[in-house]
Design a protein around this ligand. Sequence first.
Ligand code: SF4
Length: 425
Amino acid sequence: MTNEIVNYIENDIEIDASAISHPVRDVLDKALEGREITQMEAVTLFKANGHADKQAIYHTADLLRQKANGDLVTFAVNRNINFTNVCYMGCKFCNFAKRADEEDAQWHSVEEVLRRCHEAWDRGATEVCIQGGLHPKLPGTYYEELCRAIKAELPDMHLHAFSPFEVWYGASKSRKPYREFLQGLKDAGLGTMPGTAAEILDTEIRKQLTKDKLSTEKWVEIIRTAHEVGIKTTATIMYGHIDAPEHWAAHIDLLRSIQKDTGGFTEFVPLSYQHVGTALYSENPGKVRMGPSTDEIDKMHAVSRIMLHGFIDNIQVSWTKLGPDHAMAMLNRGANDMGGTLMEESISRAAGADHGQEITAYELTQIVRASGRTPARRSSDYRILDIYDDHDPQPLAPLIERGDKDPLDFLKMFPDASSGLEAAE
Ligand code: SF4
């Protein structure tokens, strides 16, 4: 085993380096030597169960994170805007979508979306993240028109918008090939796309999640085409339901192979399945898990860091899925990015997550500092805009009333902020 990991591990009194199993040791050696680990080797890491094995995986991920990103932990000041929750698609894992005749169905006019964009801009946002359900009455031209309307009023706001499912829908309704549709969006001002709707890129799993309406092949084709026309995207996985380590490794391997060709992924974002109220869980509670375990969440961040090292060097932790305390702990499992302030998160909340709608830039810096790292604000394409090493972002009241909930409450457990990361694990 390389001296680097042995030294690292031997300095940790909880780990007996000699207790690391040979298969795990071999894979980690390979990763630390800068060699690409295979899909099967990733499965070995995902399935590792011994304490020493798991700690060695986490430390390796942390070493690679340090090599790739140093001590900066980044975030964007952005706002989520979901223009509608009406969707006819009926994905079984989704608790966000409503039928048009349901009481809590929502549709925001273009004027309302613009109002929210202006409000975000006034609060320092550099990005709006816009996604919506597949509303049966939505014309295919809507997506391009929305981009043009926002850019006409806020030319410097970055538009991060429309999942591959929405691109599939818009292109189908417009009767345009994906390339032409995506080029139209780019010309209208679209900056980047969320790589959502990936769920698990496996045909059998997708049949059960989405009736395979957006197949793996179509998702890959849309993403590759977006990259080819110059629209970068994020990459995601939604895990912890009917999936297994073999699916995770194959999914990340597929993303890695796309990245080798296009270089178009900006980051990888693990998203935990939220089971509450989903048909997937309620129709088959014996077979469907209630989201990933803590152990699986640790491993997803760490193994993705190890697999994607040198290919996708930003691993983002989702505070909306995990909560701020758990998200902070993932900074020690290979993550280097805290996502964004979001301002009005509604998809995870609809699916049962209860971690608030916004963490302000000021609050994110406090959480990152408590982890012992240096917070930095970034652009959507990961340019560093401000490093908060000797100053803070302006404290702002949250956009949406929180009641008694304070995302920094958990930090009160740590009188010495520098010990916060260990304590939060
Ligand atoms: S995941 Fe997206 S496409 Fe599927 S039902 Fe929910 S809103 Fe519709």
